[in-house]
Design a binder for this molecule. Structure first.
Ligand code: NAD
Length: 547
């Protein structure tokens, strides 16, 4: 292996010598170090030759601390950058990490092992950007995690472990189309992020945009979600890169059974328990359960959750995510002193989560003035009739053509003035491009990853109260846990039992998160992550490393 080429940008001669000494002593890998003490000199070096990694001090004589990283990143977009910060400034270091630095090191704590490993991982991570992991969502999940890890001073071994999933499997899935028996092959994924907490748990998504990075991000968020809710699961997620709307019911069934068979060795009621996500539903879960049961020779209801009630599904599972989201909104409104009876809401997405959210908001006195789906958005200042919308979508599948309101675009919906904006469609909806025009008091993330990092900062500055996804949409996995418990023990709970327990768990998680946010002086998203991370850290360290 050739030496790794390191550009060390450091104006303090003591640290410069220390790092040079530490790197020179390393053999596997070995390093070829070029040292400079100015940012301008770093640019000159980058013009002359390429480097595998830049070790960057943020405090340099010829650059403002908060600009140093971004100036270097724009000059070397494809080079790994490891920040060295001489003071515990969480904002500065985390800004660089959020902006795409691969790692950071606190100078006073630098030792050879940590330094060499950090460089090696940074280079690996940079390489991975070009492969299947290349996904804005995975990047977002990793940066959110790194920020929280920094704040809680997470053990470095645990930090490196949690940055990537523990197990990821990719499969090519051939299935027969209806027309002329043609065979089509698509890609399927199952990713398990943390195996230390119990079985893993997470939905399966059918969408044309699915890739390994997206599934890995969702699996990571599932870990935090389960930990925040104190459920005995690690996070997982699965998906198939296909537009399910292009498939007939029989094609969907064949593909689902093929997916189940391909991943049968890594799913199971004690191992990894799938559930519905975007593009899948209780029928898909029934096919997975049936395929798995045929394979093992007896019926195993607990292999999936979100299945039909008649097959062992739980009362209240279908609407649980929307219900949980509204429980959180009620708590947030109480905290902010808002009277829900006087509030308006807009809901992006009118599928499982969005439609139930709209219904429960309505039931709590909120006037729902706009909803949308992939086809259109509908706005009515007087309030929409949710029953009528449900009936229309049941008949026509999409909101397109709905007569009860004015049709606007999805981007217009996001910017409508309202008290509560519930996002229940896709990731990446509130971005730096539209965040200044978001006009709500509570932003409730029913969808996973709907807000980008940069937009998050602006929401915080603007005082918009964000209910972060790992808290706000955790009602689904919570009732999935109830379903799994019922399945493992052949219990049947009533709807009232389910809803009461869900309410207790959601409000407890909301209050813990709010208390954490107030104590740490941070936003709700970081607080929720810290709360979750604390639990995962304890579990990882208590179990230790084997062998
Ligand atoms: P779904 O497939 O039932 O509904 C998705 C909705 O979003 C549909 O109305 C669809 O038309 C709409 N949509 C798709 N693309 C859109 C676009 N570009 N603009 C506007 N709307 C668009 O899915 P779901 O189960 O309701 O999941 C929605 C989100 O909630 C996803 O991010 C999912 O990961 C998350 N989530 C779901 C659950 C659950 O229990 N179903 C749990 C936690 C999180």
């Amino acid at each position: 292996m050739r030496p790794l080429r390191v550009l060390l940008v450091e104006d303090n001669p003591v640290y410069r010598r220390l790092i040079e000494k530490l790197l020179t002593g390393s053999q596997y890998p070995s390093f070829d170090v070029t040292s400079v003490d100015r940012l301008s000199a770093a640019f000159d070096s980058l013009d002359r030759q390429s480097f595998d990694v830049v070790l960057l001090d943020l405090l340099l004589p010829d650059s403002e601390p908060h600009e140093t990283f971004f100036r270097l990143r724009s000059r070397a977009p494809d080079t790994a950058i490891v920040i060295q910060t001489g003071f515990d400034d969480v904002t500065l270091a985390s800004k660089a990490v959020e902006g795409g630095a691969q790692d950071y090191l606190i100078k006073d704590r630098i030792g050879r092992v940590g330094l060499v490993r950090s460089i090696r991982y940074a280079v690996e991570r940079m390489r991975a950007r070009g492969a299947e992991w290349a996904s804005g969502m995975f990047h977002l999940a990793q940066q959110q995690f790194l920020k929280a890890a920094y704040i809680v001073e997470l053990d470095d071994n645990v930090r490196q472990r949690l940055l990537f999933p523990e197990r990821a499997q990719v499969a090519a899935l051939p299935f027969r189309r209806d027309e002329h028996g043609e065979v089509e092959t698509v890609f399927g994924y199952r990713v398990q992020h943390v195996l230390a907490m119990g079985p893993t748990k997470g939905g399966i998504r059918y969408h044309q945009g699915v890739d390994l990075g997206e599934v890995a991000a969702l699996a990571m968020w599932m870990t935090w979600k389960c930990a925040l809710m104190r459920l005995p699961f690690g996070g997982a997620k699965g998906g198939i890169r296909i537009n399910p709307l292009d498939l007939s019911r029989t094609e969907l069934q064949r593909l689902t059974r093929r997916y189940t068979l391909s991943f049968i060795d890594i799913i199971g009621p004690d191992m990894d328990i799938p559930a519905p996500d975007m593009g899948t539903n209780e029928q898909v879960m029934a096919w997975i359960m049936d395929t798995y049961s045929h394979r093992v020779g007896y019926t195993v209801p607990a292999v999936v959750t979100g299945k039909p009630v008649v097959l062992g599904g739980s009362q209240g599972r279908t609407e649980a995510t929307g219900r949980g989201l509204v429980y959180c909104i009620i708590e947030a409104a109480r905290h902010l002193g808002l009277d829900l009876g006087q509030c308006t809401a807009t809901v992006q997405g009118f599928g499982n989560v969005g439609a139930h959210t709209a219904r429960f908001l309505r039931e709590n006195g909120v006037k729902v003035i706009a909803v949308s789906d992939v086809s259109t958005a509908v706005y009515n200042a007087e309030g929409l009739d949710i029953d009528d919308l449900d009936a229309y979508v049941a008949r026509r599948r999409f909101l397109e053509g709905y007569p009860g309101g004015e049709h606007i675009t999805n981007s217009e919906l996001l910017e409508l003035p309202c008290d509560i904006l519930a996002l229940a469609a896709l990731q990446n909806q509130v971005t730096i491009d539209n965040v200044q025009r978001i006009d709500c008091k509570i932003l409730a993330e029913g969808a996973n990853g709907p807000t980008t990092l940069e937009a998050d900062d602006v929401l915080r500055e603007r005082g918009i109260f964000v209910l972060p996804d790992i808290l706000a949409n955790a009602g689904g996995v919570t009732v999935s846990y109830f379903e799994w418990v019922q399945g493992m023990q052949n219990f049947m709970w009533t709807l009232e039992e389910v809803n009461t327990r869900l309410h207790t768990i959601m409000t407890d998680a909301f209050r813990r998160t709010l208390t954490r946010a107030e104590k740490e002086g941070t936003d709700m998203r970081t607080a929720a992550l810290i709360e979750a991370l604390d639990r995962v850290r304890q579990a990882e360290l208590l179990r230790g490393l084997f062998p």
